[in-house]
Write a protein that binds this ligand. Structure first.
Ligand SMILES: Nc1nc2c(ncn2[C@@H]2O[C@H](COP(=O)(O)OP(=O)(O)OP(=O)(O)O)[C@@H](O)[C@H]2O)c(=O)[nH]1
Ligand SMILES: [Mg+2]
Length: 331
């Protein structure tokens, strides 16, 4: 069976290495597939791709639904291309988690960018993950790097926990906030602020500029209260508008400064090692879960155990142990 797929894998790997977009897309589809044989092929492709060194930088763009992430990426993408660089955008479709956003919508919002040969845009389904980040996103990043893109941008919706996942796979996190959202600092956004390497206040055009200046001061004060994420870096708050282009160049400049500082302090390599370690356990966790829930003995024991737990006959703890026993008995 393996032999049957070998020539295919060979040509896929070679296509990716030569920057063939169609092949890259096909390989990402394999990564996203739930079918075991596709997973095996994807992992074989990834193994080969990981062997190729890449100097790409990985940037996560996060923010609430409608904060302006896709439009911002379109503007930042133009700036990146202007710098003579290429970019891949992994836009995570939040539609399965939230009612807003759609794959088609994102493609339309990045219309200009998707027409550029220097840019590769790939909307991906969030497949039930909070904010859409899963090991699969990390794997897609690796493929885009192998295809030779200089900058990888990952768009995720900020819904609390998801940022922690995206933080484990990118080097720099840009948090996009709407003007007047300073009060969100008290609640859920605090966690996001802790992992932000920069905050961009979006849509500071029209009559928003006054409110934006107040928000900037609020976010700066908020950031000062937080422990440093990296000893060599103090996150900044920048005023931006994807509509007028205000601040977009400054954001890119800030990102470039970050990477210079990280390289000077040898921290980028440390971060990459941590990312690989995280991927190892994220993939392992996926494999274990799949193995567990598809095990025939677990499947047949589940209905009984669930019923017993719900009727109070069994505690959830004993129920979980019972399922575990069903799983490990036949190993
Ligand atoms: N005035 C103004 N409007 C903007 C700007 N950027 C985005 N918008 C508008 O804000 C709305 C949402 O923008 P998107 O880029 O789709 O936001 P998003 O964060 O990607 O949204 P989701 O992916 O659905 O979470 C759209 O109607 C945009 O036209 C800006 O800089 N200025
Ligand atoms: Mg979007």
């Amino acid at each position: 069976m393996t032999r049957h797929y070998e020539p295919d894998i060979e040509s896929i790997v070679s296509g990716i290495m030569h920057g063939n977009r169609h092949t890259l897309s096909r390989a990402i589809t394999l990564i996203e597939s739930q079918r075991p044989e596709h997973q095996r092929q994807a992992h074989e492709i990834l193994d080969r791709c990981l062997a190729k060194k890449s100097n790409a930088i990985r940037i996560g763009i996060t923010g609430s639904p409608g904060a302006g992430k896709s439009t911002f990426i379109e503007a930042l993408g133009e700036e990146i291309i202007r710098q003579g660089l290429t970019l891949a955008v992994l836009a995570i479709d939040p539609s399965s988690q939230q009612s807003r956003g759609s794959i088609l919508g994102d493609k339309a919002r990045m219309e200009k960018l998707s027409g550029r040969k220097e840019a590769f845009i790939r909307p991906t389904a969030s497949s039930g993950y909070l904010g859409g980040t899963s090991p699969k996103t990390h794997e897609a990043i690796v493929l885009c790097e192998t295809a030779g893109y200089d900058v990888i941008l990952v768009e995720t919706v900020g819904v609390g926990q998801s940022e922690v996942a995206v933080d484990s796979m990118v080097d720099f996190i840009l948090l996009l906030m709407l003007p007047g959202s300073g009060d969100e600092l008290q609640g859920i956004k605090r966690g996001i602020m802790e992992i932000a390497d920069a905050v961009a206040i979006t849509k500071t055009d029209g009559d928003q500029s006054g409110i934006a200046a107040i928000s900037k001061a609020e976010f700066e004060a908020g950031l000062r209260m937080l422990p440093a994420k990296h000893p060599c870096w103090q996150p900044k708050v920048l005023l931006t508008s994807a509509l007028t282009g205000i601040g977009i160049e400054d954001v890119w400049q800030n990102i470039a400064e970050f990477f210079t500082a990280m390289r000077e302090h040898n921290l980028l390599q440390v971060r990459r090692s941590k990312q690989l370690n995280h991927l190892l356990y994220a993939v392992l966790e996926e494999m274990l879960k799949k193995e567990f829930f598809t095990h025939p003995d677990v499947i047949s024991a589940r209905a009984i155990v669930e019923r017993q737990v719900l009727s109070g006959e069994l505690s959830p703890f004993s129920g979980a142990s019972r399922l575990m026993e069903a799983f490990t008995h036949c190993q």
